[in-house]
Design a protein around this ligand. Structure first.
Ligand code: AMP
Length: 398
């Protein structure tokens, strides 16, 4: 029997997953998909590596189904799909590892309670990551589960990039900059290293532009600065998150607008960003399709902020040799890429319009002083790689 691992990326109402079979050359992508609408109208879609739909189903009992019940159905489907494979482990994206956890770790009771304690640092992500772990522990108590941390890639940020201008005692309590999207940036570094090792060793800005969005400044594959900080709210304008704002706004909302802490949290995480500014949608495609001037204004703000933050990160790097676009918008949206690059034209960035229009791997023109590339991210593959590494470290099981 061959072996396989499952990678899970669990959110509040959706779970992204991928199955990897273990081959001598490394994990091979078997299938991937998304379980959406948890709590309302659950829907599962999975595709094979070639894009063919393997399953597309909804559930009649819809809203009443728990994470656990749905993960049970997902595992039954995965088992049926991988008939000649044993699932030997499940790897999870865990958003926050705090200061202590930065290597992939096999989850036990002690680790799980330490990760519970980090929930206040990522209230909208971490509890859902941990809920999936608990659900699988109930379903398959003996199946090893591995936590792969989104903060880990930024673990060695220079000290200066970790500090807020706050009293030291608060920094020492953990009120510092961590950075997120680490699994994505780690994958981007690997993929760039394969495509162009010399460039990967230079000064790289990676732009992960999806519903969540951030930038990372990398020098020789190491994160030296990033736009997300203490939480995944900081930095760029996102689908529904505000990005960096004057902290005085938060005080004002509570003292002058009478909002509770919970209401402010909902506003900043779920009602702000592209959705809040446009009043139309958090989805970039919907904004492009709209002729409402508020949609154009939201898009303009998105690209202005991306270029402005990129310029700050370029200062941390002391220059830039490559700009990499990834995630839903970064991989698929030539208009946004062109607008950000136009705002960074002062760096000598020149885009090849036809390569950009086809989402080609290299979209910079011959005479561009900075290489501009599009690299589709694969956080799930990174999770599978880390999962195997953790199993190997733990006792040569893989
Ligand atoms: P992600 O969180 O990485 O799945 O990215 C979601 C974002 O990517 C949404 O704003 C989508 O509108 C955007 N997106 C996905 N596909 C496309 C596309 N083909 N063109 C433009 N935007 C896209």
């Amino acid at each position: 029997m061959s072996r396989a691992v499952v990678s899970l990326n669990s959110g509040s109402s959706s779970i992204k997953f991928a199955l990897f079979t273990l081959e001598p050359e490394g994990p091979r992508h078997g299938a991937a998909g998304k379980l959406e609408g948890i709590g309302t109208a659950p829907h599962l879609v999975a595709r094979a590596a070639d894009g063919a739909v393997l399953v597309d189903r909804g559930w009649d009992r819809g809203a009443g189904l728990t994470h656990e019940a749905l993960l049970g159905d997902l595992f039954t489907w995965a088992g049926d799909h991988l008939t000649d494979h044993d699932i030997i482990a499940v790897g999870h994206r865990v958003v926050h590892g705090g200061t202590k956890f930065f290597r992939p770790l096999i989850i036990d009771d002690t680790l799980l309670s330490a990760l519970d304690a980090l929930c206040p640092l990522a209230p909208l992500h971490q509890p859902h990551n941990l809920a999936a772990i608990r659900a699988i522990r109930t379903l398959a108590p003996d199946l090893p589960q591995i936590a792969c941390f989104d903060t880990a890639f930024h673990h060695d940020l220079p000290e200066v990039a970790t500090r807020f201008g706050l009293p030291r005692a608060l920094h020492d309590k953990g009120l510092r900059r961590y950075g997120f999207h680490g699994l994505s940036y780690e994958y981007i570094d690997r993929a760039l290293r394969e495509a162009d090792p010399e460039l990967a060793s230079d000064r790289v800005i990676a732009a992960h532009l999806g519903n969540g969005a951030s930038l990372c400044a990398m020098q020789n594959g190491r994160s030296v600065d990033t736009t997300m900080g203490f939480t995944a709210l900081d930095g760029l304008i996102m689908g529904t998150r505000c990005g960096a704002i004057d902290p005085g706004v938060v005080i004002h909302l509570q003292t002058q607008e009478g909002m509770s802490a919970a209401e402010v949290e909902t506003l900043l995480y779920k009602q702000a960003g592209l959705l809040g500014v446009s009043g139309i949608s958090s989805d970039m495609r919907a904004l492009h399709d709209s002729d409402d001037p508020r949609a154009a204004e939201a898009i303009d703000l998105f690209t202005w902020r991306a270029a402005r933050e990129a310029s700050a990160l370029i200062s941390s790097l002391g220059g830039v040799d490559a700009l990499i676009f990834t995630a839903g918008i970064g991989e698929n949206d030539p208009v946004i890429r062109a607008a950000i690059c136009a705002r960074l034209a002062w760096l000598g960035i020149v885009i090849d319009p036809s390569a950009n229009a086809r989402n080609a791997p290299i979209i910079s023109a011959e005479d561009s002083r900075v290489a501009v590339r599009v690299i589709p991210t694969d956080e799930e593959r990174m999770i599978a790689i880390h999962t195997l590494a953790a199993l190997t470290t733990a006792g040569g099981q893989s």
